[in-house]
Design a protein around this ligand. Structure first.
Ligand SMILES: [Zn+2]
Length: 427
């Protein structure tokens, strides 16, 4: 059997292990509908225990860092060489699916299992990482686990409160077995270099499904700028108040939103992908009504793009709209906190290697920009060569209907395994 066929066979042999892992993970944080494994919750910790048990069965060395990320390592011949990391997250949004995040950890374990089955010993460590707290909904901070591992948590992040419990991130980390004090003292930066970070993730849009292709090769991860809670103060008035006397906060919010939507439409028509989302957009339910001019309006804003210049341009357009609309309408806009995450550039060398592996295996792929943010972006920002593989998924993500076929995931695992063999298992 030639080496490509041997890799293919060793990966397909992981079908049962992969299926069993998803079945076990589906018991962690089951809600009706879907799965709820909040960042730093007992349900997330249970999912970490599931993958750690599988890693123990595979004879991997299991470690946990101060942020309670799980590291599962197949040791290399030369342990002084910078390791290859393969990872993704095990938390979910509220009532999410079982594949967003978890598929990447399962894929890493399956690839390492295939390498073991092939009887290969890597030159350098291969570490599968179960990463904490990627879903920024819970603490309104992105990539907490990966940034903590990289010594790159933003200032004040440990004091952020989880939206449901009100407890601080530090308290939640301590409760789930991490060491927030060590994080506060801070490894100023990760001491050891990392050779590469690879992440397998379900696609969040249906483009692979539509194209009939099982695997996408990531071309880039967007950076974002976020304003989680913008407040507009105008004046509550009688519904009959003439236009010239009004200070309508809702109209001001609508104008700001439409100004950004026009920028988005124009840039996209010019071939520049980006996204603008006002996730919350509302008057005050305690005071609004059919016969009252809204005196208060609040919204959240997420702007994302693949290049820092484009993101800066979007933010400038937003701030210009805020200044213009508030002056003209006589309202006051309080921007509140601001958060950002850098765009993640993919390593061309690794992407080319993955493409060559897919060709050798006869697996169809296509290049694909990630519409979403991923842990891999945090590693790229820290200067680690990064690449991602997306797996076909029918019904979007962050919902209980996520639909990924195990055979499609194993296509991605085969590509990943063939790349690992070429990269670090050569005789
Ligand atoms: Zn995810």
């Amino acid at each position: 059997m030639d080496s490509v066929a041997a890799i293919e066979a060793a990966v397909r042999a992981q079908h049962g292990r992969v299926e069993a892992l998803f079945t076990e993970l589906a018991r962690c944080g089951r809600t009706d509908p879907g799965f709820t494994r909040p960042s730093y919750s007992p349900e997330e910790t249970e999912a970490h225990a599931v993958v750690a048990r599988c890693a123990a069965d595979l004879g991997l060395a299991i470690g946990r860092d101060a942020a309670a990320n799980t590291a599962m390592t197949l040791p290399g011949r030369d342990r002084t060489l910078p390791p290859i990391l393969i990872g993704s997250h095990l938390d979910t949004v509220a009532q999410g699916g079982n594949f967003d995040g978890a598929a990447g950890v399962v894929a890493g374990l399956a690839a390492v299992a295939a390498i073991r089955q092939l009887g290969l010993e890597p030159e350098r460590d291969i570490t599968v990482m179960g990463i904490r707290a990627e879903e920024s909904v819970w603490f309104q901070v992105s990539y907490i686990g990966s940034r903590a591992a990289l010594g790159a948590l933003p200032d004040g992040a440990l004091d952020a409160a989880r939206i449901d419990s009100g407890l601080s991130l530090a308290a939640h980390i301590a409760r789930e077995g991490g060491d927030p004090d060590a994080l506060r003292r801070g490894p100023a930066a990760r001491d050891a270099a990392i050779h590469a970070f690879l992440e397998v993730h379900i696609e969040q849009a249906p483009s692979l499904e539509e194209a009939g292709i099982p695997v996408g090769l990531c071309t880039g991860i967007p950076g974002n700028v976020r304003y989680p809670d913008v407040r507009i103060a105008g004046r509550y008035d009688h519904v009959g108040t003439p236009r010239c006397f009004r200070r309508d906060a809702a109209m001001a919010g609508a104008e700001i939103a439409l100004a950004l939507d026009r920028v988005w439409a124009a840039r996209e028509a010019a071939g520049c992908p980006m996204a603008v989302t006002f996730g919350r957009f509302h008057t005050d339910a305690a005071a609004h009504g059919l016969t009252t001019v809204p005196g208060e309006f609040r919204f959240s804003l997420d702007m994302r793009a693949y290049a820092a210049e484009v993101l800066a341009e979007l933010e400038a357009a937003f701030l210009a709209a805020v200044a213009e609309v508030s002056a003209r309408r006589g309202v006051t806009v309080t921007l509140g906190s601001r958060a950002e995450a850098g765009a993640g550039a993919v390593s061309p060398r690794i992407r080319d290697g993955l493409a060559a592996a897919a060709d050798a295996l006869g697996i169809a792929t296509r290049p694909l920009g990630s519409p979403a943010s991923h842990d891999a972006a945090a590693f790229a920002k820290a200067g680690v060569p990064m690449a991602m593989l997306f797996v076909r998924n029918a019904n979007g993500s962050h919902n209980p209907r996520e639909a990924m076929a195990i055979d499609d995931l194993l296509d991605a695992v085969a590509i990943l395994t063939a790349w690992l063999v070429a990269e670090t298992c050569a005789a």
